[in-house]
Design a binder for this molecule. Structure first.
Ligand SMILES: [Zn+2]
Length: 408
């Protein structure tokens, strides 16, 4: 922490003018704020003087945000894509008793809503609970990785929130579990003015949904970015009024890639006429298909068929290792077929038609996948990965904690 403390010259010495001398940290996570959208654009110029491009991890927010919070890879936290293969612990186990019913009955909109509601109630999961378009008859094969609210202590192993709680730092985290983005900004500003906390983790999730729909409309993107910019300017002004030693950082989990086209991967697999879940299982996310095989013939023919396609490729063991998704038990898939940047699996279990923008393509081949890290001061270390961002947050937690102990 010494570099940060020295940069401002206040941490570690008794505050001269009450709480204004205390270090105050504000980390704002804006979902899907991609480097591609900021690199040629002003964004709080004069405030966010440090800017860096950050490589994301392969996948979606359910994989990337736990890396930000824990500093660990998916293989270490168990958090990656929402669904993984685990029939014994599936919150949808009870659905097995109804799988004799025809698929059109099980997948009726009202039945699906009921299945989701009952499963969430029975399992008492407080995290991100969605069943998207996964066929109801397949749900009993899967468990979901986000069982708890990850913006709270014990939501993710080794989370910054565990450390915050243990350190006794006065902190607050804000997320969609309680508020809309606008309400979060209002709430955080109120708290800053009252000087209630020394560490703020502010998660704004709605920019992601906006970009999914409008990433190709330059004018709309510009005005939405200006809207977030004006919120952040207000937040920063309140933080500066509360402390002379403010660390104000904007981070994101991944970017957003404009859609180039869709490809009907399901049709390719269906044509081979193997049965789910008897011969194999497939989960069709929007940018990747994950397969589990229970029959060698199915493996050979499905893998062989997809290898002939030029819309994507099967991840190699080296890629899985690099992406931190080399799970020993293959719970997220025996084989993972990743689509080329911009090409969506259409239809997929995420919907019949994909949106105008998507994330979850190859983190190094796709320039639109990069996230950002921006700050009002130099973080004192290179910030190139989500793990680096976690390290900066941890340094600020320790700075705040040590300033509190000096004060006592
Ligand atoms: Zn998204």
């Amino acid at each position: 922490m010494s570099t940060l403390a020295q940069a401002n010259g206040t941490t570690g010495s008794a505050p001269e003018n009450g709480s204004r001398g205390r270090p105050l940290a504000v980390f704002v996570l804006i979902d899907a704020l991609g480097w591609a959208y900021l690199k040629d654009r002003d964004f709080l110029p004069g405030i966010l003087t440090h800017r860096s491009e950050v490589q994301t991890v392969l996948g979606f927010s359910s994989g990337a945000i736990p890396v930000l919070l824990s500093g660990l890879q998916p293989r270490e936290t168990g958090h990656w894509n929402l669904f993984f293969y685990d029939p014994a612990n599936s919150p949808f186990r009870w659905v097995r008793y109804f799988t004799f019913l025809p698929s059109f009955v099980l997948n009726n909109r009202i039945v699906r809503r009921g299945v989701r509601f009952i499963s969430q109630r029975v399992s008492r999961f407080g995290g991100y609970f969605q069943i998207y378009g996964v066929p109801v008859e397949l749900l009993p094969c899967f468990d979901i990785c986000e069982k708890e609210d990850i913006y709270c202590p014990r939501g993710v192993p080794a989370s910054i929130f565990d450390r915050l709680e243990e350190s006794g730092v006065r902190y607050r985290s804000y997320s969609y579990h309680e508020f809309s983005d606008q309400e979060i900004i209002e709430e955080a500003r109120k708290d800053l003015r009252k000087g209630k906390h020394d560490f703020h983790f502010v998660y704004l999730s709605e920019f992601d949904a906006f970009l999914h729909n409008w990433c190709k409309d330059g004018q709309r993107v510009d005005s939405e970015i200006r809207r977030y910019e004006s919120w952040l300017r207000q937040l920063y002004a309140d933080a500066r009024a509360a402390s002379n030693d403010v660390g104000f950082f904007i981070l994101s989990d991944h970017g957003m890639t404009p859609k180039l086209g869709g490809f009907d991967l399901l049709a390719e697999v269906k044509a081979l006429e193997f049965q789910m879940p008897r011969d194999f299982l497939a989960l069709y996310d929007s940018t990747m298909a994950r397969f589990w095989f229970f029959n060698e013939q199915a493996r050979k023919r499905i893998v062989g068929r997809l290898r002939e396609l030029d819309c994507g490729h099967f991840l190699t063991d080296t890629e899985k290792r690099e992406f931190g998704i080399d799970f020993a038990d293959n719970r997220f898939g025996d084989e993972i077929f990743l689509m080329n940047p911009g090409v969506l699996i259409e239809p997929s279990f995420m919907g019949t038609r994909g949106p105008e923008g998507m994330h979850g393509f190859h983190p190094t081949y796709d320039p639109c996948s990069s996230a950002v890290f921006l700050g009002n001061r130099d973080p004192g270390r290179p910030v190139q990965t989500l793990v680096d961002v976690n390290a900066v947050m941890r340094e600020w937690i320790e700075a705040v904690a040590s300033s509190n102990s000096v004060k006592k």
